[in-house]
Write a protein that binds this ligand. Structure first.
Ligand code: FAD
Ligand code: SF4
Length: 403
């Protein structure tokens, strides 16, 4: 439930003159009171410590009081770039039933000019079908989920991701039941610990944590703009029409499937908006509009907090800002792009490179003191003045082309 839905429910007693009781949402492990008591008196609300509490509470992947495998978090093992020759599972496509077809036709008629391709809709709409996708994921994708969690490949929208978020968020799947099924695969020796732990951390860690932050931060959270970003969202976020291959890939699959995986949302569309100084409310509205799993309670902290650093670090300890080198390391996008990821200035230079340094320079007063930003500022300080000027000019010229 998000604020809009809560306001609607709260109005029912008066509007319909009936008693209304709103019960706790049992699709979460941590209720509002528990999150508030965890957050109370903490200087920093870091996901990792919250997650450990959720592991202890749920007893998922625990050997008594200790984490299974000897450590809480195997994230460092979850950053392999994917290779094209690996066999990749494709999520199940569910043929639309009559009701779904009616809705598809209605959407096509009423929203013909909106972003998206309703005719490609292939999500499950029943619990039975959602459970089929869950079983498919456990068998075919989970074993490699950990290794390639951060990878991106041209023409491969899904990789080893679960494509389960719409079902978990609507209540077709139970997150705890799903995590127990993942744990069982690990206990049966069918999947490695970095896959099981990586997946369980997303669900009982990140998902529960961002929901807690959404309610904890209050209604004014949506107005946060710690970096004072004011540029409007570029048109290509709606059309996919851009020469930047990483962005066109991510937006095109969003148009086709209403899906992009986490690293695409964070490090491609999110990273570009952060570097270019796009107004965070525009960014938030875009994410809320375009993904099948989008609900404000989960989308807002992810877009405004995690990806745009607009909350000034309530959620993330540093901005997720990266140059083209990161995208090149984690994907094959750059080898298919008209820009050259190795160049920083000039007509062929990858826009992410100059934009990254422009971001560092532009936000110096807000970010230099952040200990996790020490390295970028050290590198910026080492740079020759002429190079700094050239990079900033390159970035400005590019930004002017965005309109
Ligand atoms: C800018 C931005 C906006 C996002 N908006 C949404 C949104 O509107 N709705 C949404 O459900 N997720 C959102 N996410 C989180 C994440 O990207 C999606 O949950 C994930 O990509 C869904 O695909 P999947 O089911 O294949 O996930 P997998 O990679 O298979 O991950 C497994 C599950 O973990 C959960 N999960 C993973 N990461 C997160 C996270 N950061 N926050 C919450 N849950 C997480 C999801 O339930 C997901 O199904 C957003 C992330 C970013 C960076
Ligand atoms: S070269 Fe730059 S713009 Fe092109 S795909 Fe790589 S990171 Fe994206």
């Amino acid at each position: 439930m998000d604020r809009r839905l809560k306001a609607m429910l709260d109005s029912w007693a008066d509007r319909f003159d009936v008693p209304v009781e709103v019960r706790a949402d049992d699709r979460f492990l941590c209720d509002h009171a528990e999150f508030e008591s965890w957050a109370k008196d903490r200087k920093q609300l870091r996901m990792e410590y919250f997650y450990r509490d959720m592991r202890r509470k749920s007893k998922l992947l625990m050997d008594g009081d200790a984490p299974a495998g000897g450590q809480w978090n195997f994230d460092a093992e979850n950053r392999k770039p994917a290779k094209r020759d690996l066999a990749m599972p494709q999520p199940l496509h569910f043929a639309p039933d009559d009701i779904t077809q009616d809705v598809i036709h209605m959407v096509e008629a009423k929203f013909a000019t909106n972003m998206g391709q309703a005719a490609k809709f292939g999500f499950a709409v029943t619990r039975a079908d959602a459970l089929k996708q869950q079983a498919y994921f456990l068998k075919h994708a989970l074993p490699s989920f950990g290794d390639y969690q951060d990878a991106m490949l041209t023409g491969e929208p899904f990789l080893w991701h679960s494509i389960l978020s719409p079902y978990i968020n609507t209540g077709l799947l139970d997150p705890l039941e799903l995590c127990r099924a993942v744990e069982a695969q690990y206990q049966a020796g069918k999947v490695p610990i970095n896959a099981a732990e990586g997946f369980i951390r997303q669900v009982i860690g990140w998902r529960e944590y961002v929901r807690g932050i959404y309610w904890h931060a209050g209604p004014e959270y949506v107005e946060s703009n710690a970096l004072g970003a004011e540029r409007p969202l570029p048109e290509f976020y709606w059309t996919g029409k851009t020469d930047m291959h990483c962005l066109s890939q991510t937006v095109d699959q969003t148009i086709a499937y209403s899906y992009a995986h986490h690293i695409q949302r964070l490090m491609i569309t999110g990273n570009f908006a952060l570097l270019a100084g796009i107004n965070p409310v525009d960014v938030h509205r875009w994410y809320l509009a375009v993904y099948a799993d989008a609900y404000e309670w989960v989308e807002l902290p992810n877009s405004l907090g995690m990806s745009q650093f607009a909350d000034g670090g309530m959620l993330a300890s540093k901005p997720y800002a990266a140059s083209g080198a990161y995208i090149n390391r984690m994907s094959d996008y750059c080898s298919n792009c008209r820009y050259d990821v190795k160049q920083k200035t000039g007509p062929k230079a990858c826009p992410f490179n100059a934009l990254y340094w422009e971001f560092i320079a532009r936000n110096e007063d807000k970010l230099r003191k952040n200990p996790r930003m020490a390295m970028p500022y050290k590198n910026w300080d080492r740079m020759a003045e002429a190079d700094k000027v050239a990079l900033r000019r390159q970035a400005q010229q590019f930004l002017e082309t965005l309109g």
